[in-house]
Every structure is written in structure tokens, then in C-alpha cells.
Design a protein around this ligand. Structure first.
Ligand code: NAP
Length: 298
């Protein structure tokens, strides 16, 4: 079944896959956003800190779609220490739109210890009608618990890092969000292909891809979807964008998901061991230098 939408806890429906504009240079961000919409994406994910909201807005207008045909998310990233409301108004102006579908706290760090106060500002924006839905990003279970203690409105989503090499650490968060009816949006699910190539996840992904006759990036996005996430991804290439959308028709078996999880957990453990070893070698080297200095003093 092609990608459809996910019902959020405020009753609104979000398209289940979104095109992100992180790292897209300003000179091509308009064209790439327009390309994604023309291929079939109807959900754009940007942020104050990506510094390409103006260009993304241009791409949206150039697509010729009506405002209500698109879901537009941006994030308060605390750029230049600008307060929430001012940042929201500036993002609307840059994107050239009257309202946002979704506005996110980009990271709990930005709240500087005052999650409750920051969330209250978000609630005001929703009441004012500047944003239709409000949510968070990169929140841990503890951050969500803090927010929920004083919130009048629940965040509809938590946009989080979601790839096989972090599945072990993210599973309790996914479970908590499921209990609280806060939808996960997963980003950077293609990390095994973009920055952690050669790890244990490659093998099951290649095998599943071969069996289903699909590309590795499609297997990884199907995995993210199998985790219950709204998929947030990106590509500069039309062929890849088309393949991403085709993931809606790919269903992984429980065994497929488990094989990828298992390989991801192994990769996570290997990485931890490597970090510990590097730390150990550093300490040993420091110890050696200390002993040498002591020997020279005596
Ligand atoms: N909330 C947050 O803190 C946060 C953080 C990070 C990201 N995000 C959001 O999530 C979006 C996606 O993030 P991401 O870029 O990290 O996502 P991603 O989906 O993991 O990676 C997308 C990249 O994968 C590349 N790619 C696709 N297939 C590939 C293959 N077979 N081999 C090698 N490379 C391949 C694409 O390159 P090509 O262009 O060459 O196709 C593209 O640049 C962002 O734009 C942003 O909206 C949010």
C-alpha cells in the first residue's frame, strides 16, 4: 500500500513520509524542494537552523500546489537566541505561508532548563492559529515526562534519530511514545549507507533487498516504517525520491526487522567497545607520559 497518512493525537493527519531540507545548499534548495513535490512528496520538513526556509518556500510556490495540499513542518532552533514567537513569525515569513502544519522544539537543549515555559509558548502559537499542530524533537523519555507534567496540549510527535545502529537505545523511547500516543518521526535512517558503511547492518539489508528486488535505501526506510515511524528523509536525486515513495509498497517480515535490529545492536556494541578501547589507549599513553616525567624528576 502506498504511503498514506498517520492520525495524530490532535486528530489531524500527517503524510507518512516527508522530504527534509537539512544540509541542502541555498542555491539548490528551491529546485530540490520543487522536485520532491513534483515526484509526489506532500510533506516538507525544514528548520530555522537549516537556513534555507526562504528557498524551500520558493520551491513550494513553484510546485503550483495549493497550501492545503501540503504539510509543512519547521522547527524552532533557537537561532540567535530569538524567542519562540518571533522565530515562528520569521519562519512563516521566510516560507511565505500563513500557518504551519507542525512546529517543533528542535531540541530540549534549547529550552535551557525550562521545558514547561517553552512548551507554554508553543501552546500559545497553536491557540493563535499560527501553527496547527505542535511537537518536539530529540526529546528523551525524561524530557517528555517533564513536558507532560505541565502540558495542556500533548506534543503530537517527537522527531528522533532512528537507524539500526541506535535501535537498542531508542527502543524504550519508542515504547514510551507509543504508550503516550506521541507519534515518532524518524530521521537519518539511511546512516548505514551514508556514514557507517561496512558495518554489520549491510549484510541483512543487502540480502533482504536482493530477495525483494529493491535497493538498500528502500529496505532501510521500510525498516523505519516498520518501527512505526513517520519517515523523514531526503535526496537530491529524482530516481531516489521515486524509490523512497515506492517504499509504501514494501513490507518487511518480522524476521527481516529482527535481522536488521540484531545487526544494528551488534554494530552499536562494536562501536562502544571501540570507543572504550580508544579511551583506554589514551589513558595508558597519558599514564606512560606521567611515569616517564616522574622517572625524569627522580
Ligand atoms: N530533528 C533533527 O534534529 C534532525 C536531524 C537530522 C535530520 N533531520 C531531518 O531529516 C531529514 C533527513 O535527514 P538525513 O539527511 O540525515 O536523512 P537520511 O534519509 O538518512 O539520508 C539522506 C541522504 O541519503 C543519501 N542516500 C540515499 N540513498 C543512498 C545510497 N544508496 N547510498 C548513499 N547515499 C544515499 C541521499 O543522498 P543523495 O542526495 O545523493 O540521494 C541523502 O543525502 C533532514 O533533511 C531533516 O529534515 C532532523
Amino acid at each position: 500500500m502506498p504511503f498514506t497518512s498517520v492520525k495524530l493525537n490532535d486528530g489531524r493527519h500527517i503524510p507518512a513520509i516527508g522530504f527534509g531540507t537539512w544540509k541542502i545548499p541555498q542555491d539548490v534548495a528551491g529546485d530540490q524542494t520543487q522536485q520532491a513535490i513534483e515526484v509526489g512528496f506532500d510533506h516538507i520538513d525544514t528548520a530555522q537552523v537549516y537556513r534555507n526556509e526562504v528557498e524551500a518556500g520558493q520551491g513550494i510556490r513553484d510546485s503550483g500546489l495549493k497550501r492545503e495540499q501540503l504539510w509543512i513542518t519547521t522547527k524552532w532552533s533557537g537561532v540567535d537566541d530569538k524567542p519562540v514567537r518571533q522565530s515562528c513569525l520569521e519562519s512563516l515569513d521566510k516560507l511565505g505561508i500563513e500557518y504551519l502544519d507542525l512546529y517543533l522544539i528542535h531540541s530540549p537543549r534549547l529550552c535551557k532548563g525550562d521545558i514547561a515555559g517553552t512548551w507554554a509558548e508553543f501552546e500559545k502559537l497553536k491557540k493563535e492559529g499560527l501553527v496547527k499542530s505542535i511537537g518536539v524533537s530529540n526529546f528523551t523519555v525524561k524530557d517528555l515526562e517533564t513536558l507532560l507534567k505541565t502540558a495542556n496540549i500533548k506534543p503530537v510527535v517527537n522527531q528522533i534519530l532512528l537507524h539500526p545502529y541506535v535501535i537498542h537505545q531508542q527502543t524504550p523511547l519508542l515504547e514510551y511514545m507509543h504508550e503516550q500516543n506521541i507519534a515518532p518521526e524518524g530521521y537519518s535512517s539511511l546512516i548505514p549507507l551514508t556514514s557507517r558503511q561496512g558495518g554489520p547492518v549491510d549484510k541483512p539489508v543487502a540480502e533482504i533487498g536482493k530477495r525483494l528486488k529493491v535497493e538498500p535505501e528502500q529496505v532501510l526506510l521500510a525498516w523505519s516504517r516498520a518501527k512505526g515511524a513517520i519517515v523523514i528523509t531526503t535526496s537530491s536525486r529524482k530516481d531516489r525520491l521515486e524509490r523512497y515513495l515506492a517504499v509504501g509498497d514494501i513490507t518487511l517480515t518480522d524476521q527481516d526487522v529482527e535481522a536488521i535490529d540484531k545487526a544494528g545492536r551488534k554494530g552499536e556494541r562494536d562501536e562502544k567497545r571501540k570507543t572504550q578501547m580508544v579511551r583506554g589507549v589514551k589513558w595508558a599513553a597519558l599514564g606512560g607520559v606521567g611515569l616517564w616525567a616522574l622517572a625524569r624528576l627522580l
